[in-house]
Design a protein around this ligand. Structure first.
Ligand code: ADP
Ligand code: 5GP
Length: 193
C-alpha cells in the first residue's frame, strides 16, 4: 500500500457518537477526490445503512475466513463485533490516485500506523462532554439502549487514545469542526504540492 502521488490518507477516530460518520460524509461531498474506505463488519446493518456504501455486512464465519486469508490491512473487535479494512478496497482506491478517508477506531489506527511509508493524517474527534455524547447517540435513533450503554461505557477508555493522533478536535459546533478539518487538509495539500 503506497500512495505514490501525494494522495492523503485521513483517519477520523472518536468515541462512538462524536460525529465521525457525519464529518466523513461532509468531507467527501466537498472534496470528491477523497473516497471513503468502506469497511467490512459483522455488525447488523442499521435501518438507514446501505450495503457497500456504509459497510460490507458479512457473517462472523466470512470475517474469520478473510482474517485467515490475510485480506485485511487492519481489523479489530469492537462492541462484540469485528470491523476491518480490506486490502483490496484500499488498493483499488490507491490505483486511481484517490485520497482516502478512514472512519476506524484507535486499534485500527495503531495497526495502520505501522505502515511507515503511508502519509497518514490522524484526527481524533471528541464530543464537548459525555452528556452530549449520550444525547447524540440517543438522537441518532439507530441503536437500542443496551447498545448505547455499551458505547458510552467505552468512552472512558477510548479518550485515552487521543495522544496517538496528530490532531485532536472537539466537535461542538459541526461547521466549526468541519472548517478545522478543512484547514488540516489544505495545509497538508500545500505541504505535499
Ligand atoms: P459517529 O460516526 O462518530 O458514531 P455520527 O456521525 O453518527 O457519529 O453522529 C452521531 C449523531 O450526532 C448523529 O445523529 C449526528 O447527526 C449528530 N451530530 C454530529 N455532529 C454533531 C454536532 N456537532 N452537534 C450536534 N449533533 C451532531
Ligand atoms: P459503528 O458500529 O458505529 O459503525 O462503528 C463502531 C466503531 O467501529 C467506530 O469507532 C468506527 O470508527 C469503528 N470502525 C468502523 N470500521 C472500522 C474498521 O474497518 N476498522 C476498525 N479498526 N474500526 C472500524
Amino acid at each position: 500500500m503506497t500512495p505514490s502521488n501525494g494522495s492523503m490518507m485521513l483517519i477520523l477516530s472518536s468515541p462512538s457518537g462524536a460525529g465521525k460518520t457525519t464529518l466523513t460524509k461532509k468531507i467527501q461531498q466537498k472534496y470528491p477526490n477523497f473516497k471513503i474506505s468502506v469497511s467490512h463488519t459483522t455488525r447488523k446493518p442499521r435501518s438507514n445503512e446501505i450495503e457497500q456504501i456504509d459497510y460490507f455486512f458479512i457473517s462472523h464465519k466470512e470475517f474469520e475466513e478473510k482474517i485467515s486469508n490475510n485480506e485485511f490491512y487492519e481489523y479489530a473487535k469492537i462492541f462484540d463485533n469485528f470491523y476491518g479494512t480490506s486490502r483490496n478496497s484500499v488498493n483499488e482506491l490507491l490505483k486511481k490516485n484517490d485520497s482516502i478517508l478512514f472512519d476506524i477506531d484507535w486499534q485500527g489506527t495503531q495497526q495502520l500506523s505501522k505502515f511507515k511509508e503511508l502519509k497518514l493524517i490522524k484526527i481524533f474527534l471528541l464530543p464537548p462532554d459525555k452528556k452530549e455524547l449520550k444525547n447524540r447517540l440517543v438522537q441518532r435513533n439507530q441503536d437500542n439502549i443496551a447498545i448505547i450503554s455499551k458505547r458510552l461505557k467505552a468512552y472512558d477508555n477510548d479518550i485515552h487514545h487521543w495522544s496517538d493522533y496528530d490532531h485532536v478536535i472537539i466537535n461542538d459546533n459541526l461547521e466549526h469542526c468541519f472548517s478545522q478539518i478543512e484547514k488540516i487538509i489544505l495545509s497538508e495539500k500545500n505541504s505535499t504540492s
